[in-house]
Ligand binder design. Structure first.
Ligand SMILES: C[S@@+](CC[C@H](N)C(=O)[O-])C[C@H]1O[C@@H](n2cnc3c(N)ncnc32)[C@H](O)[C@@H]1O
Length: 281
């Protein structure tokens, strides 16, 4: 038990040291205190979703894409899964050295309901190592189009919740760069004429299309700000909950935006023609 007030009862001090939230001598300094605050800030969004997908008969299954050092997975496990006999946290990451480190740390801490797969987000959709039912999908700063693959994964697995903090999506900006020359007559092109605006607007438009994609599949989407997370500039937090809502309006909007901006080559990324609208299994 720690005598540091910010540390919750039962929290693993060993984990907090491994994550450099506690210093080697078990203390918080100004920097690490801020880091811990950020962790709790994110946890406050995810804890209700974990509670909602956990009951006496089953534990929540959470898949974290582009896990990196699995910072998020470890924290969620420590704060929520550790005291329960069901549930699972699965980290997907294509850098083998990070997967090995996470496996070693989970073993050391006795976090046996954690699993780490050395794979791409896209390949993990068909991985036999992932259960058919996934309740929550997270992707925090998963690079570029990995967020889109995480959305596909969530749709395929009929996840009830998706929690996404997109990173540097450059693909759509590249397409905008190509089309702006052809549509210079259009007044709206001014929104992304300057190169910095092309990049920023491309990133913004990508997230708009992601939200519409989720809404077109029956999800309710909330977009908010994840303040101060790792000092990143990319702090847009998208939380989607499957509610079986009608998606036709969002689907029409999605198609119209793609058409109006001349982004036809991106259509497949955001519109998947499946006759079955997914929902939690
Ligand atoms: C910026 S880091 C974020 C790590 C972690 N989610 C966090 O917020 O601390 C992005 C991670 O995603 C991994 N990654 C990027 N694209 C991926 C993909 N397509 N499949 C699997 N991992 C990917 C990278 O190797 C990197 O470790």
């Amino acid at each position: 038990m720690s005598n540091i007030p910010e540390i919750k009862p039962g929290q693993s001090l060993e984990l907090l040291k491994e994550l450099h939230i506690l210093t080697r001598d078990g203390k918080l300094n100004q920097d690490t205190r801020r880091k811990l605050k950020q962790v709790y800030h994110l946890y406050q969004f995810i804890e209700p979703l974990l509670k909602d997908t956990t009951d006496d008969s089953k534990g929540s299954v959470l898949v974290d894409h582009g896990a990196g050092k699995s910072y998020l997975g470890f924290i969620l496990y420590d704060l929520f899964f550790k005291g329960k006999d069901k549930g699972q946290v699965i980290g997907i990451e294509f850098r083998p050295e990070l997967i090995q480190k996470s496996k070693d740390l989970a073993n050391k801490l006795g976090f046996h309901k954690m699993k780490f797969l050395n794979d791409t987000v896209a390949n993990s959709i068909s991985s036999s190592e992932i259960p058919a039912r996934v309740d929550i999908v997270t992707a925090l700063h998963a690079c570029d189009s990995a967020t889109d693959d995480a959305i596909k994964f969530g749709l395929e697995k009929k996840a009830k919740y998706m929690v996404l903090v997109p990173c540097c999506q450059a693909e759509l900006a590249g397409v905008l760069r190509k089309v702006k020359g052809k549509s210079m007559g259009k007044t709206l092109t001014e929104i992304f004429r300057h190169p910095i605006h092309t990049r920023e607007f491309g990133s913004h438009l990508t997230n708009v299309l992601r939200c519409l994609e989720l809404e077109s599949k029956g999800y309710q989407v909330t977009v908010t700000e994840l303040i101060g997370w790792e000092h990143s500039m990319k702090n847009e937090l998208i939380i989607a909950e499957y509610k079986n809502l009608p998606g036709e309006h969002a689907r029409k909007r999605l198609e119209a935006i793609i058409h109006e901006f001349g982004l036809e080559e991106m259509k497949e990324r955001f519109i998947q023609d499946r006759s079955v609208i997914p929902g939690p299994g």
